[in-house]
Design a protein around this ligand. Sequence first.
Ligand code: SF4
Length: 191
Amino acid sequence: MPTRHHLDRVGAAPERRHAGWPTPVTPSLSARTLYKLHHLLEPNPVYRRLAAWLERSPAANRMFTAAEERVKGATFGCRMCGQCALPATGYACPMTCPKQLRNGPCGGVSPTGMCEVEPDVRCVWLVAFERAETEGRAEDLSLLQRPIDHRQWGQSSWVNYWQGRDEGMWVSGDGRRQLPIIQRDDPGVSS
Ligand code: SF4
């Protein structure tokens, strides 16, 4: 779950914020810069060994996770869900959506693109689309994001990424044409 630190940070302006609700955040770095920087974090044997070592070393893992929280909190408003969607959302964090929607905006976006819950803040999903589109990555937003595992709140998403736990987090290709697993024909289920 979000830490106290997160709730304090996202609720920093109580006269405008809904207490404890996330607030849409526009990243402080450009999408172009972040797509480039992402290559530095791609899994490799060194990162995988580091991730495995961190998971065996609770104190070091806590320090590493705190550093990630600080960096990503300042840049993206990261709330440490542990399963990072940023590469598929133009690096706009969907968990800063007050409704925490991971598959696009709700129906409450104003005609001028403002959030329904925080009307003076731009909808994070519009921010995501605009940022992805400028880099030719708008199609990323058609990926179907699977529900997150809420047990991973507060974990390092970098460690989870290097450990391969993000695989399958979204449906590749045209997610709109793929049926959710629950709807696939199952010969073991009689009608
Ligand atoms: S780890 Fe989760 S909360 Fe943090 S930036 Fe990524 S998607 Fe957002």
